[in-house]
Structure formats: C-alpha cells, structure tokens
Ligand binder design. Structure first.
Ligand SMILES: Cc1ncc(COP(=O)(O)O)c(C=O)c1O
Length: 379
C-alpha cells in the first residue's frame, strides 16, 4: 500500500463521514417526498445544512448543495454574468473550475497578478477597480481563492472583499482547499459567493456547496424539480450531504498544528538538497501543503518514481485526465518554464505520521541523488 501524501487531490473519507453515510444509505426516502420517510430524509439534509453553515459562519438558508466544487464555482460565475458582469477579474492562480468557467461564459477575463510568494497583489486590484468603467464592463466581478491548491498559499480574501464591496462589485471565493484545514469565515470574507467541496475535507466525492451572501444574485443552472429552493434542481444527495457535515464536525482543533509540524520537518530536510526550490514558504500557507521544484527532474517523472517507491504525490499541476502540465501557478509566481515543469506537491493530512514523512524524504532524496548526474548530463 502506498503512503498517501496527496490530500489536496482528495482526502481519505473520515470514519465519522462513512458512518453517517452508511446510516443514511440504510434508510430510504427522497428529501422531496411528502411521506414520513421523505420527511426524515429532508430533516437529515436540513440538519446537515445547519451544521455546514455553522462551520463557515453563515446561515443555513444560504447553503446551496451542489455536486462539488466545480459546479459551485460554475454556478457563481454564471450567476454573476446573469447579474450584469461582462468582465471578470480572476487571480492568476485560480483553479480551472474558475478560469475555464469564466472563459466558457464568454466574459473577458483579466488576470489579477500575484507576488513571488504567490499572494494576490491587492494594490493592483485597488487601482484596477478605481478605474472601472461600469458602463462598458458591467458590474465588477472578482474571483480570488482562499488558499491555492498547488502551493497552499493563503490569500488576503478579507481585504480583497473590502475593495470589491467598496467598488460595488461581486466577489467570489473558491474555498475548496481551505475548508476543513483551517477556519473559513464566509461572513468575514465579505464574499457574495464561496465554493466548497466535501472530499477535500474528508467527506465523500461528488458533493459540495455554494455559500451565498444575502445580497448575492443567483441564477439557476440546473432546471427541473426545483430543489434547493429552486436554486439547484436535482434530487439531493442525502447520504453525501450527511457525510459532508459529519466530516466537518469531525475536524479536531489540533489537526492544523500537527500537520504544520510534519510539513515543516519535511521542508527542512528537502530545502537543503541542492537543486531544490520551495514555493510560497515566505507566505502564510495551508498547514499541510509543500510545493517544490527539483532542478532538471520533470514533475511527471518524479511522480512516477515516487509511485514506484510507494508514495502517492502529485505534480504541481495535474489535470483530471491524469496528464501533467507545466504549473501555471508557479509561472505566475515568477518560476522559469523549467522550474514550473519540475514541480511536485506533497500534501499531508490527518492520517499522515512522522514515519511517513521520514520515509518519503529519504526515498525522494535518494532517488534525486541517483538521477541528478544523468539529468545534468542530458541538459
Ligand atoms: C481550488 C479548487 N477548486 C475547485 C476544485 C474542484 O472541486 P471538485 O473536485 O469538488 O469538483 C478543486 C479540486 O481539485 C480545487 O482544488
């Protein structure tokens, strides 16, 4: 069995989530049915909605369940377009679920740059919003993720939210990677929308939510039975929603500190290896994420070598087809094309032990030392 160091791709299902889902699967009932069994399913959905809302400091009625983070991001962007946004500002490090949705909606997209540490440049945003031409460009719409999936770098969403609110714009936060790892205060972010995904937080795959501020316009994308108060049609994934809430309820206060200790110990060992560059280490990061480039060693070769050695890690930028691309995120941080193509992401989690980290650093360092002379000769 591989040692799993890829929690940002998906985190193992928490026991509490599995139990909640098995209990829900043992029952029958469509949450829209009028009979008692349907009402019991509805009650479970609503209890879960309240629990999830509490975690993100918002009201239960402002939680719209979706099939995951991708759908939640798409719903926010399509709603903004329907509300009059024509031009979208997205950070240079947004996930494809935001970037491609913006492009697919036919809106002009402008890129909010990031610093060398991977933090959104708010001076740029302030200047851009102050010169906004509302007549030509419609309502300003800004998307800034809470924390980046590749580097873990945490973004100044509260300050960005203030700027967007002052400009009377709409603000969207992709909080998929933050949820379950650190507290994400939706109310405090001043965002109109926030996307969540259960499976990054130890819940099941295929369920997520869009959080809505009370003044956020929403235009439904899924038409049909009118579930979720007409905001997202489709029979609710009752067991998945119960698992999502149970996963968040199971998060222990000590988890982030424990992960930071393991991640920092790993970083300390790897950063001293010649040819290694750590990304985002000077910024606040998620407690579990370490992103590095290894000179001359292509990302996909590292991932395969580590897989053969018994470790599951990810390339800096892996897409859903399993192919590895050059990291757009690292390029935005000033990485050379070569650095961006030799990046890996190690993302630990609550199940990671000190021994896992020790074994990984030994195996990775040994393999790099073995291949490095050949890589250098090939250049
Ligand atoms: C930052 C971010 N946003 C959105 C998504 C998509 O979420 P989901 O897998 O639930 O569709 C991911 C998944 O990798 C992500 O990391």
């Amino acid at each position: 069995m591989s040692i799993y160091l890829d929690h940002n791709a998906t985190s193992p299902l928490r026991d509490e989530a599995r139990e909640a889902m098995l209990a829900a699967y043992a029952r029958v009932g469509n949450a829209s049915s009028v009979h008692g069994l349907g009402r019991a399913a509805r009650a479970l959905v609503e209890r879960s909605r309240e629990a999830i809302a509490r975690h993100f400091v918002t009201r239960a009625e402002d939680v719209v369940f979706t099939s995951g983070g991708t759908e939640a991001n798409n719903l926010a962007i399509a709603s903004a377009k329907a509300a009059g946004a024509k031009r979208l500002i997205i950070s240079a490090i947004e996930h494809d679920a935001v970037r491609d949705s913006a492009l697919a909606n036919g809106m002009d997209v402008e890129i909010l740059p990031v610093t060398g540490e991977g933090v959104a440049d708010l001076a740029w945003l302030e200047a851009r919003l102050s010169g906004w031409n509302r007549e030509a460009d419609g309502v300003p719409f800004v998307a800034l993720m809470a924390a980046n999936n590749e580097t873990g770098v945490i973004q100044p969403v509260e300050s960005a939210g203030r700027l967007v609110r002052e400009a009377e714009g709409l603000f969207h936060v992709d909080a998929v990677q933050m949820a379950g790892k650190l507290v994400f205060d939706f109310a405090g972010s001043l965002a109109h929308y926030a996307a969540l995904s259960a499976h990054k937080a130890g819940g099941p795959q295929g369920v997520g939510a869009l959080l809505l501020a009370c003044d956020a316009p929403l235009t439904r994308q899924m038409h049909g039975g009118g579930q979720e108060k007409g905001r997202r049609s489709g029979t609710e994934n009752v067991a998945g929603i119960a698992g999502f809430a149970a996963a968040l309820d199971a998060v222990q206060a000590g988890e982030p500190a424990r992960m930071v200790a393991l991640r920092d110990a790993l970083q300390l060992r790897l950063e001293s290896v010649e040819g290694v560059r750590i990304w985002g280490a000077g910024a606040d990061r998620l407690p579990n994420t370490l992103c590095l480039s290894a000179e001359g060693w292509p990302s996909e070769i590292q991932v395969i070598a580590m897989d053969l050695a018994g470790f599951a890690i990810s390339a800096g930028a892996a897409c859903s087809s399993g192919k590895v691309r050059k990291s757009r995120v690292l390029e935005a941080m000033g990485a050379s094309a070569e650095e961006a193509a030799s990046a890996i992401r190690i993302s630990i989690g609550r199940t990671t032990e000190q021994d896992d980290v020790n074994r990984f650093s030994e195996a990775w360092t040994r393999e790099y030392a073995r291949v490095r002379p050949r890589l250098a000769a090939a250049v």
